[in-house]
Design a protein around this ligand. Structure first.
Ligand code: SF4
Ligand code: SF4
Length: 358
């Protein structure tokens, strides 16, 4: 049994991260002069005072069991300097102040099944949402999609083959977290919700559900003498936004909830505005436990990007240069009328520049 008493929980958010930082990082906070990439999965940062720190990055499955966590901590204590952190893409990073420790750390991680990579122009670990394990509305399992795809892309994670970095994301429902990146694999519902009228009055706050619908397709209704809701199916865009506040509006469906692939999402930078991702493949089977159809399409897009893009072009830069028709030619994906974005509502409501508007 663990003898050290547990710390008293802090009930007001997570503790200050500075106290857990590697001492070299803490001492040089905001004082870094440059960084280099000695090999895939390793970064070296040098401070203005000449101090250096090496970071070794390894992929994890994000949903980590206690035994894997203990093993990672043991590796950090034995081969590193006892300091780790997790990245937004569920990688674990070990920081060491001596270059001599890097090789041993990499060997210990790889021997224990943790793959080192994910830096610079590699395919970074896929960022994913909660999926079936934690969330109450998913139509697919983000963790499962990520695991199956990364198993196939492991060579691209540990190498620098791509023209620039590739960020892939998933989203296990159609409306909430995740789902914006160079390549995004998102749920796409294709049928309006089925309403369980016997439950609506007990479970749902009807005005909030009506207000949730972006196209005003939901109306209050009396069904079999009980208060319920009805959906105008000609207006419904099958977004699923009514399902979280009202689970009797069941929209998840093993056959009709599909996957869609979007590409080219990117934040703004010094040269360009943010770019919104565009739909390139729809109606892909949501096919657990390995999702082979979606993985094959992602690999096809990556291969076309790797073969045709110029150095440092992100996927959105590449497509902007070659044009969308060439993109569909190179990837062999079918182009249909459903790819044409004819919705103009966002032109006034979404802010697509760095300028403030009131
Ligand atoms: S993407 Fe949707 S279903 Fe998945 S975790 Fe986020 S809110 Fe839940
Ligand atoms: S699925 Fe979306 S569009 Fe359809 S009724 Fe629900 S909220 Fe409205």
């Amino acid at each position: 049994m663990h003898k050290t008493p547990h710390r008293t929980p802090i009930e007001s958010g997570c503790p200050d991260g500075m106290q857990y930082m590697h001492p070299v990082m803490r001492a040089n906070f905001g004082q870094w002069r440059f960084h280099e990439d000695p090999r895939p999965g390793v970064l070296m940062h040098q401070a203005w005072n000449g101090e250096r720190i090496w970071t070794v990055r390894a992929g994890t499955q994000r949903i980590l069991d206690l035994f894997s966590l203990r093993r990672l901590c043991e590796i950090g204590d034995r081969y590193g300097d006892g300091h780790v952190r997790f990245t937004i893409r569920s990688n674990i990073e070990f920081m060491v102040a001596s270059e001599a420790k890097v090789a041993g750390l990499i060997q210990a991680l790889e021997t224990n099944g943790f793959i080192v990579g994910g830096t610079k122009n590699s395919v970074a670990a896929i960022s994913h949402t909660q999926g079936w394990l934690h969330c109450d509305i998913p139509a697919t399992d983000a963790s499962g999609v990520v695991k199956s795809m990364m198993d196939e892309l492991i060579g691209e994670f540990r190498a620098w083959n791509m023209p620039n970095r590739v960020h892939i994301t998933t989203s296990c429902c159609q409306i909430n977290c995740g789902g914006q990146g160079d390549i995004a694999i998102n749920i796409q519902h294709t049928k309006p919700p089925k309403i369980d009228h016997a439950l609506v009055a007990n479970v749902c706050e009807r005005p909030s559900v009506v207000a949730r619908c972006p196209v005003a397709a939901i109306r209050p209704a009396m069904v079999n003498g009980r208060p319920s809701l009805e959906v105008d199916e000609r207006k419904c865009i099958c977004c699923g936004a009514c399902y979280p506040p009202c689970p009797p509006m069941q929209i998840n469906d093993p056959e009709h909830s599909k996957l869609a692939i979007w590409i080219g999402g990117n934040h703004s930078n010094a040269r360009s505005r943010p770019s919104f991702q565009k739909l390139v493949a729809a109606g892909i089977p949501n096919n657990p436990p390995r999702w082979p159809e979606a993985t094959a399409l992602v690999k096809r897009i990556l291969q076309a990007y790797r073969d045709d893009a110029r150095d440092w072009e992100r996927i959105n830069d590449w497509v902007e240069r070659i044009g969308w028709s060439r993109f569909f030619e190179l990837t062999g994906l079918p182009f249909t009328k459903f790819h044409i974005d004819d919705w103009r509502g966002a032109q006034k409501s979404l802010n697509a520049s760095s300028h403030l508007r009131f």
